[in-house]
Design a protein around this ligand. Structure first.
Ligand SMILES: [Zn+2]
Length: 194
């Protein structure tokens, strides 16, 4: 369809005290803990070793961070998202482990979404809105009895702000269209063998 850049949105829980509900995170890394999902977009199932050291487009990340800041929102310009399988949430032990691994936020959709875009040579960036603390954070409000109202309130506020961001982003999007970081290194890594 000619799509060359994707700005995705996602809702996340925070693994760190300093990343609070209502904040925004612009991820630069992910840790995939999902299973049973498609691991390639390539219908021919050719073996592809795609460089993934930096899965997120830095041009989109910089632009999103700038726009979120100019909206007066609290934005973390980088962050590692731990992608869990779901639909269940993490246990206390798992949540603490994710933070020890270097995870900053937790989510269920960034994989394989991010990878698929890169596999197609599409620059991919995401804006993650934080609704609550994950259960391993000492001040967690997540999934405690009576906390759902606060979580939903954060969700609705974040959604409104994310919509605002997207409107602003569309206006400046042409400035980042020259970036083609996702296309580098794709073709040479196609292996035509069996
Ligand atoms: Zn890019």
């Amino acid at each position: 369809m000619g799509v060359c850049h994707v700005l995705a949105t996602c809702v996340v829980g925070s693994l760190r005290e300093e990343i609070g509900p209502g904040d925004f995170v612009v991820p630069d890394q992910f840790i995939n803990l999902t299973w049973g999902r498609d691991d390639t977009f390539d219908v021919d199932r050719r073996l592809v070793h795609l460089p993934m050291a930096y899965p997120y487009c830095s041009s989109i990340r910089q632009a999103v961070t700038k726009e979120l800041s100019s909206l007066g929102l609290t934005v973390h310009s980088s962050g590692c998202v731990v992608v869990i399988q779901g639909p269940r949430f993490a246990t206390m032990a798992e949540s603490k482990l994710f933070a020890q691994w270097g995870g900053d936020i937790v989510n269920m959709t960034q994989y394989p979404e991010c990878y698929f875009a890169r596999e197609l040579g599409i620059c991919y960036g995401a804006v993650a809105s934080v609704t609550d603390y994950d259960v391993g954070v000492p001040s967690a409000i997540s999934m405690q009895p009576g906390s759902m109202d606060r979580v939903l309130e954060a969700f609705h506020t974040n959604t409104r702000q994310t919509n605002e961001l997207i409107e602003r982003f569309l206006a400046i999007a042409p400035n980042i269209l020259s970036c083609s970081c996702a296309q580098r290194g794709v073709e040479p890594y196609f292996w035509q063998g069996t």
